[in-house]
Design a protein. Structure first.
Lengths: 555, 377
């Protein structure tokens, strides 16, 4: 093994406008090394990889500071094709395969072997004939090298998901002169046995001298496969260490740790005698990308209950299932009243309001005014904001306007007037309209999903403070779902961590960082001790089902 | 930013103009300018302008309700309803039955001819709507199964229904001789003269001729326009009602509607049904003004005419207001009314040219309208 680095990233800094997403991050990978890149959602992993591949999104937003060196030589990639030419490949999280093509055709797509023909001599290379024999034998060799016995002329459509992942890998290593491969959460969609097979393949590839950057949320896999690891948090480099010198607990701690500011969180609700506001038993939700497989919890009146976890693990699915937006099964009782999850509007008519994580898609009518958006749900479900003209009831604009103006003041919605269309508001102000609309329903239980995603700090703070105030002054029960653990820990009394569609643990906000990190990698306290050593028997960290949602994506 | 604005600050007028242009839309301005140009040109060629103006108003009222049928369809989310012929054939059933009843003496109790025409038209509308409701519900259920490709499906469902009813017309069990094809003794005629029936049922009210200086006289039919405006007013009321707002939310953002406890599929069926019913009403109003009821393939292309009209009026395939109907119908029919005789004057004495021109102009406007379709969000 040569000691020189195949890839060196030095002092990388990247900002989107004022927002610094990467600050002074360095990363060096040797040939034949498997280097794990770790961090929560939004820690900067994706941005770092975008920089490595010279993605357009980086240049369009003002480029980056720092240097990228390949084999000791500084390079400047301006397009992904430059990176490919330099021998850097990527195994994508979403499968970039064409279903109707055979495995060979997919592996060779864009790099077909051809032989000259009569027409091509006249009209150029694009009319050359495919050299199918050579393509097939190349594909065969690549497939063999990762231990995949499947026939190369089979169509990709209908292959098991795991096989598709292997075809992707075969395609990357078929490229001549490949030196570095990036695996972006390759095991997220695989079954347990497929995942352990994949880890073996990665080791095989590494032994050939190809360096690997391995991005994953599943810490036990790292213990099994990786040589070194780098942890990012909020765009900062936390540590780079050999795996041998660290432990699962330490990595988890490094991923999560941050200062927690407390907004009167952590009331001891578990032992309180307040009546149960909502009880959820064995909830299953069929939400694509956020499946829930059997969740149980209870929330007491006046509690702020947090639900956290990585993207795509099912935390968002819980809220959408209870609100009846996706097919769900299970027993949900709200204030003693069982919910019929298959009935539309059931949650709304049971004092439950839901602020969706999909603001623009589910939360708002973008072409309508602020006032209309705030009033709409109350108007349709409670028939308020209407006035009667004989038998017909028409919209009462005056009432609607007065209410909207009040909400605009309370929530500090920055707008020209109540007439402004919500589609033209900023994300933070749209979120405030969503919240105003939910509060207009005067719910006893409020479920807010990702209330701070993609909004500015000021709006974030206001929303957090307002939620805390609602609980304090009006005794509103709140379930808050968020990918930002820090937020949950500053606001909630208890926090459930969801992984693979199940609640792994319910923790108090002041629980050690390590506990949170472990729960997010699907290691509950009880099984902790059995891990950390690695070995042939992959531990049961649950890889069944559940595709990832917005975890990465390098487009 | 500040340096730029300092250099050429737009005046209040410029800003107002810009806003007006953006709100009103360039396509509409182009059509409006074309209309005015044609009108002036017709004057230059010494044509009877007041008579044209009367015709424009009449065609406005004739087509208006058919175009109005686009509003509930677009608002409920199925998009422009090219399948309006479904409603039209329902209206035709109503009209034919009403004529048959008249000749069987059912309306003999109304002494006055004008009143009888009115009653007969109302009966045609009631029967037509009654037939349109089940057809609209079935049509809506079909459209719920083809979400995302409604534009193409509605066209062909419309064609298919017209063809299906062609068979029905050929076998329609009526007795009035005015309805029956004389050559065969059975089946309906291609074109039914309504003079002895409900021709002018609405047009007749308060109709007057307005002389405009020495240019000529303009025939105004307030009755027809009142019926059209009343239908528009009802539609506007509906869009302000709770049900109307729920339906429009279901159309503009189905996920939002579902999260608000709205059954989106039901609302789409509602919108489709209202649209189909308006098609039935629309054809009766159209026929009473036209004086003839055209059977068989006549409604085949009506879908394109009405969709083009509402799009020219400023609607998109996701949003349509009553105002778009008023403006769009006026401009579309206005251009047709003036351009055809104008073309005849400019290109006289060539056999077959007027018909060709009619097709070129009509379809040209339809094509233009469809290229201006904004695909919603």
């Amino acid at each position: 093994m040569q000691e020189e680095y195949v890839l060196e990233l030095e002092g990388i800094r990247k900002a989107y406008g004022e927002n610094v997403v990467l600050n002074n991050v360095s990363l060096a990978v040797k040939p034949g090394e498997i280097h794990a890149l770790l961090g929560e959602n939004g820690a900067g992993k994706s941005t770092l990889m975008n920089i490595l591949f010279g993605m357009g999104v980086i240049h369009e937003t003002g480029g980056f500071d720092g240097t990228v060196k390949i084999s000791g030589k500084e390079v400047k990639f301006v397009a992904p094709t430059d990176a490919l030419a330099a021998g850097i490949g990527m195994v994508h999280q979403e499968f970039m395969l064409i279903p109707g093509f055979t495995i060979t055709e997919n592996i060779k797509l864009g790099r077909e072997d051809t032989t000259p023909t009569f027409a091509s001599r006249i009209f150029g290379k694009s009319l050359e004939k495919l050299d199918r024999d050579k393509m097939n034998s190349d594909a065969r060799r690549s497939l063999d090298s990762i231990g995949m016995g499947i026939e190369e002329h089979v169509k990709v459509a209908g292959l098991p998901v795991g096989y598709m992942q292997f075809v992707e890998i075969a395609r990357e290593i078929d490229k001549l002169g490949i030196r570095l491969l990036v695996f972006d959460e390759p095991t997220a969609v695989l079954t347990e046995s497929e995942a352990s097979q994949l880890l073996d393949v990665m080791k095989t590839i590494a032994q050939k001298g190809i360096a690997i950057i391995f991005i994953t949320h599943r810490l036990p896999e790292i213990m099994v496969a990786a040589d070194n690891m780098t942890v990012l948090r909020d765009g900062e480099l936390v540590a780079t260490k050999p795996i041998a010198e660290t432990s699962l607990t330490e990595i988890a701690e490094m991923m999560v740790g941050r200062i927690v500011e407390n907004l009167a969180a952590g009331q001891d609700m578990e032992n309180s005698d307040a009546p149960i506001a909502i009880s959820v038993r064995d909830l299953h939700v069929e939400m694509p990308g956020e499946r829930v497989h059997g969740v149980n919890f209870e929330v007491r009146e006046g509690e702020i209950f947090g639900i956290g976890g990585m993207a795509g693990q099912g935390k968002v699915g819980i809220a959408n299932g209870i609100s009846g937006l996706f097919p769900a099964e299970g027993d949900v009782t709200v204030f003693g009243q069982p919910l019929n999850l298959s009935r539309l509007g059931e949650a709304l008519s049971n004092n439950l309001a839901f602020v969706s994580e999909d603001r623009r898609g589910v939360g708002l009518l973008l072409d309508e005014s602020i006032a209309y958006n705030i009033a709409f749900r109350v108007m349709t479900t409670r028939r308020e904001f209407l006035s009667s003209f004989g038998p017909i009831k028409l919209l009462n604009s005056r009432k609607m306007q007065r209410h909207a103006e009040e909400m605009i003041k309370i929530l500090d919605i920055r707008c020209r007037s109540w007439r402004q269309k919500v589609g033209t508001l900023s994300g933070g102000n749209q979120q405030k309209v969503c919240l105003a609309s939910a509060l207009t329903l005067k719910p006893r239980l409020l479920i807010v999903s990702e209330p701070t995603r993609g909004i500015d700090i000021g709006a974030k703070e206001l929303i957090m403070n307002y939620l805390s105030k609602l609980r304090r002054e009006e005794g509103l029960t709140i379930i808050m779902i968020s990918s930002e653990l820090g937020e949950l820990r500053s606001l909630c009394d208890r926090i459930a961590i969801v992984t693979d569609g199940k609640i792994v643990d319910i923790l108090p906000p002041n629980a050690p960082d390590a506990d949170y990190g472990l729960a997010m990698s699907a290691v509950s306290k009880e099984t902790d001790s059995s891990l950390g050593e690695g070995g042939d028997n992959a531990p049961n960290y649950g890889m069944m089902g559940g595709t990832t949602g917005d975890g990465g994506g390098f487009e | 930013m500040s340096q730029m604005t300092a250099k050429n600050e737009p005046s209040a007028f410029q800003r107002a103009m810009k806003k007006f242009l953006a709100d009103f839309g360039l396509p509409r301005i182009i059509i409006l300018v074309t209309f005015i140009l044609l009108f002036v040109l017709a004057g230059v060629f010494g044509m009877n302008l007041p008579s044209f103006a009367g015709d424009v108003l009449r065609r406005w009222g004739m087509f208006g309700i058919l175009v109005l049928a686009m509003v509930p369809a677009i608002q409920s989310g199925i998009g422009p309803n090219f399948g309006i012929p479904i409603g039209i054939v329902a209206g035709m059933v109503g009209a034919v039955l009403s004529i048959d009843m008249n000749h069987a003496g059912v309306f003999a109790f109304v002494a006055d001819d004008g009143m009888r025409a009115f009653v007969q038209a109302m009966v045609a509308i009631v029967i037509g709507v009654a037939a349109a409701i089940p057809m609209g519900i079935l049509y809506g259920m079909l459209l719920n199964r083809v979400k995302g490709s409604e534009m193409a499906i509605t066209v062909y469902v419309g064609f298919g229904t017209v063809s299906l009813f062609n068979i029905l017309w050929a076998l329609f069990p009526v007795t009035a001789s005015i309805l029956i094809l004389p050559a065969t003794g059975r089946g309906l005629r291609q074109m039914i003269n309504l003079n002895a029936d409900f021709a002018g049922a609405f047009d007749q009210f308060w109709q007057f001729r307005l002389p405009i200086f020495e240019f000529g006289t303009m025939t105004v039919r307030p009755g027809l326009l009142l019926v059209f405006f009343f239908a528009c007013f009802l539609m506007w009321l509906f869009t302000r009602s709770r049900l109307g707002m729920v339906m429009s939310a279901a159309g503009s953002n189905p996920s939002y509607a579902r999260a608000s406890g709205i059954n989106v599929d039901k609302m789409r069926i509602l919108g489709t049904t209202i649209s189909t019913c308006l098609g039935a009403v629309g054809i009766v109003v159209y026929a009473q003004s036209f004086g003839f009821l055209q059977m068989y393939g006549a409604p085949m292309m009506h879908g394109f005419l009405v969709v083009a009209a509402v799009l020219i009026g400023g609607a998109t395939i996701r949003r349509a207001r009553v105002f778009d109907v008023l403006l769009g119908t006026f401009l579309f029919q206005g251009i047709l009314v003036i351009s055809l005789p104008l073309a005849n004057v400019m290109l006289p004495d060539v056999a077959g040219v007027p018909e060709m021109l009619r097709l070129i102009i009509t379809n040209g406007i339809i094509l233009y309208a469809l290229t201006k379709v904004k695909g919603g969000r």
